[in-house]
Each structure stands twice: as C-alpha cells, then as structure tokens.
Design a protein around this ligand. Structure first.
Ligand code: F0G
Length: 462
C-alpha cells in the first residue's frame, strides 16, 4: 500500500479555539456590519481569512528570534537575512520592509509615475492600489483560461504573452516602468506560473527593454508546482528551481508573511545599484533605516530561517497536499471551485453555488456570510467588493468570477478541520436554492474598500 502524505513535523504547542452557536454568530455578524474583517478573532472558530502572517513558526525560527540583534544600524540579523536572500534569490541588493505592500510602496515610489502602464497577471489588490494611487494603470494579461473555473490546467496563473506583447508594443518604453509577474497568481486562485512562461515573459520584457518584477509572496509554492507539473524540473530541488525562476527577474517585492512563514515582514531585492540607491531614500522615509526597514532584528532572524525551511520539498508537499485534501472533500460533495486546487487556498465558485443572488448584491460575500453563520468559519470574498470601482468612471467593476477564498494557514490546522469546513459548505450547498438575496453597501472607503466596507442584508433575514 502506498503510504499517505503526513506532516514533516509534530506539535509542541497548541492554541485554543472555540465553537459558538448560530444565534451568537447571527448577532456578531450584524455587529460587524456583515464585513468578516470586522469580527474579533474570538468570534471565529476556523480562520481562513488569509494565509498571510497566520502560519505556525518552527522551533528553529523561535530559537533564531532569541539571537535577534536590535541595533538601529548594521544589525547582524540584517546581514544574516541579506545573506539568505542572496543565496536563495540571487539578488545583491536588499531592503527589508515591514510587509509586502510596504515593499511595493518603497519600490513604486521610485519607479511609477502618473500615466504609466504596468502589465502583469492579476495584480494583487495592494499592488494595484499602489499603482492606481499613483494615477498609473495596471493591465491584466492573465491567460483567459483562468476565468473558467472548471478547466483543469496545470498553469492557470500564466501570462498571455500575446496580450503582454501587445501592451509592450503599443506604449512608449518610458510609460512602462516594469512588467509585474505574480507567483503564484493569488487573485485567480493560487494558480502557478510555469517556468516556460516565466522564460517567455522575461524574453519579451528584455526585447522591449522593460525590467521584470516578480511579486513573490508565494514563490516557494510556485516552485513546488513547477517541480511536480513541469516534467523537466521533476529531479531539481526547490532551491534550484527558485534560483532559476529569479535568474529571469530584475527585481522582486516580497510579502514574507506567506512563504517566509513569519507573522510580519517583507523586502525589496534588486540587481541595479543606482535603483537601490534611489529606493533606499523611500525606505528611510517610509519604513526605517535601510538595515531594518520596519522589521525588528528578531523578525529578520525568524525570516532567514523560514526562507530556508520553506524552500524544502517536504514542507511544501505537506502544505499543498492539505489544500488538495480540502479540494477532494469538496469534489465528494459536488461543490464547484477553481480547478485545480491552488497552492494556498481553495476558491469556491460562488456564482455556481448561489445562482439566484444578483451580482449587484455581492454573490461571493453572501456565500462568505453564510459560511460564517453555518460553522463559524471566516473566509474572504474575491469578487465585486474587492474589484472595487473603476477609478475613472467610479462605476462598480463586476469581475467575471465571484470567488470565496478559503486560505489555509501554514502548519496551523489539521485535516479534521478540513473535514469540518467541507461539511459546513455541503450544508450550504444542500440549501443553496433557498438563498436568493444578498447584501447592499452602506459605507465604503474611496480605495481598497473591501477592508472596511459596511453592508446590510437586502431583505432582512428572518
Ligand atoms: N502580493 C500578493 C500576491 C499578495 O497576496 C499580498 C498579500 C501582497 C502582495 C501584499 O503583501 O499583505 O504583506 O502587505 N496578500 C494577503 C492575502 C493580504 O490575504 O492574500 P502584505
């Protein structure tokens, strides 16, 4: 008999979480104005809001924290992290930041100006936010197959290179500060980008003289998919694959809260000295001195170890297999989701579940609220609320996909939790035809509204 996968670690410490009653949850979600971000975590049983900063650190990471050097300038922790970044990604220049969006802020302050165009694959919302805030435009060139959740393809995060070339060809060089490649492609379902696609994107960027930036939040999961799905890489180690991936890039922004398996942290890494000098000014202005950039010494040490550990096959195999296990449970119940299951999350296809809720009433958000009411599970909407309004027309943007993301934190939950989540979704799926109305917005911020939006049921729930 083939032995099943099992985690390459055991538990040394646990944290209590609590169930609640449906009555309690009805009251709590109303108090939160039907925005799951507004719930105190004590009111959530299983938290799938994000896999960002929510993973469990290893004993080696906790031990490394004790060696943190908190010097304002030149901390040894900085040099240890810098060395690890150079070893893993091959970039000589490195600036720590407090998280991924801070890396975007620091780098884009030096590179993006009004009227610029930044092509890429489903730019993440903070990335797009930092582009649009600077009155530039993000152009999505993701392959169109990503919009069909039923298609079972290995690399649905890829860039459509014809679309990319069209953008590169039709704009002057000085209007395109960089191409932004997101790995894995979070917004389209944690879907990976193949090495072949990276090579092609890199070649096109070079042809048009445009630098290539990799938004790297889930780079290690992407490398895992390259190893397991792209035949010529099956014998390579994750670290070898990562090194090749980054040989194609000129710079990277990193949210270390995902594949760095730390609770906070990020960085910018570069090859160009002049650009490094320019970016350093913004690091000092927004983040802190260039050798800590908003991170404490102990956090930099935890990250140096996290990057090393999480670029090992065993870790990634257990983590991605757990996400796959949740996907298989949903298959058993016939619940539709973005196929194949993604690296960090399952993205339930809310449009195919709640077929009677109009898009103007926020289909994926409605499903998210139902899931909370059913089982105290907190997921996140990747739909019309997140897509926000068009910056020019201020009209709501209704994306083709309405997804409910179930992001699985690293090393935090067991497969029993996955069974519980799947059962809660099945109960909703069984009564899906009775759910015909959704929610309307009562308050929204002018940018990135999903974090603070307030909603009310379209017809009061009985
Ligand atoms: N890029 C990608 C692809 C991301 O997924 C995120 C964050 C960021 C950049 C920004 O990093 O949060 O450290 O500032 N994604 C989180 C998520 C929030 O839930 O997917 P950050």
């Amino acid at each position: 008999m083939k032995l099943p996968y099992a985690e390459p670690y055991r538990m040394k410490m646990v944290e209590a979480i609590h169930t609640s009653t449906r009555n309690e949850r009805e009251k709590w979600i109303a108090e939160a104005n039907y925005n799951l971000f507004n719930l105190p975590s004590s009111r959530v049983y299983i938290d799938l809001l994000t896999d960002s900063g929510t993973g469990a650190m290893s004993d080696r990471q906790w031990a490394a924290m004790m060696t943190g050097d908190e010097s304002y300038a030149g901390a040894l922790s900085f040099y240890r992290l810098k060395e690890q970044v150079e070893k893993i990604f091959g970039f000589e220049y490195f600036l720590p930041t407090h998280q991924g969006r801070a890396a975007e802020n620091v780098l884009f302050s030096a590179l993006v100006k009004p009227g610029d165009i930044i092509p890429g694959n489903s730019h993440f919302d903070t990335t797009k936010g930092h582009i649009e805030y600077r009155r530039a435009t993000a152009v999505d060139c993701t392959v169109k197959e990503a919009n069909d959740t039923r298609l079972e393809l290995p690399f649905k995060g890829n860039v459509d290179c014809n679309a990319l070339e069209e953008v590169l060809r039709s704009h002057p060089r000085d209007k395109i500060p960089f191409v932004c490649l997101t790995i894995t492609n979070n917004t389209s379902g944690g879907q990976p980008v193949s090495m072949a696609n990276m090579r092609e994107v890199s070649a096109l960027s070079k042809k048009y003289g445009v630098p290539l930036l990799i938004d790297s939040a889930r780079f290690a999961e992407n490398a895992y998919f390259i190893k397991t799905r792209e035949r010529e890489y099956s014998d390579k180690t994750i670290k070898e694959i990562v090194a090749e991936m980054y040989s194609h890039a000129d710079m990277m922004t990193m949210s270390a809260k995902k594949d760095g398996v730390v609770n906070i942290g990020g960085f910018v890494a570069l090859r160009d000295r002049e650009l490094f000098r320019k970016v350093s000014v913004f690091s000092i202005m927004f983040e802190g001195f260039i050798t800590y950039g908003g991170m404490s010494g102990r956090d930099m040490d935890a990250l140096a170890v996290g990057l090393d550990e999480n670029t090992e096959f065993e870790q990634l195999h257990a983590r991605i297999s757990q996400v796959g296990y949740l996907g298989k449970k949903l298959d058993e119940y016939g619940i539709p989701y973005q196929r194949p299951s993604g690296g960090h999350a399952i993205f339930v296809d809310a449009k195919q579940v709640l077929t009677s809720v109009p898009k103007e009433q926020f289909i994926a958000q409605t499903l998210g609220i139902e899931l909370y009411l059913e089982g105290g599970i907190r997921a996140v909407e990747i739909g019309a609320i997140l897509a926000d309004r068009d910056p020019a027309t201020r009209e709501n943007r209704y994306p083709q996909l309405e997804l409910l993301r179930l992001a699985v934190p690293r090393r935090s939950y067991t497969d029993n939790h996955m069974n519980y989540i799947a059962a809660a979704l099945k109960n909703i799926y069984d009564r899906r035809n009775a759910i015909t109305t959704g929610y309307r917005i009562t308050y929204e911020a002018p940018i990135m509204r999903h974090f603070t939006v307030e909603l009310a049921p379209v017809t009061p729930k009985i």
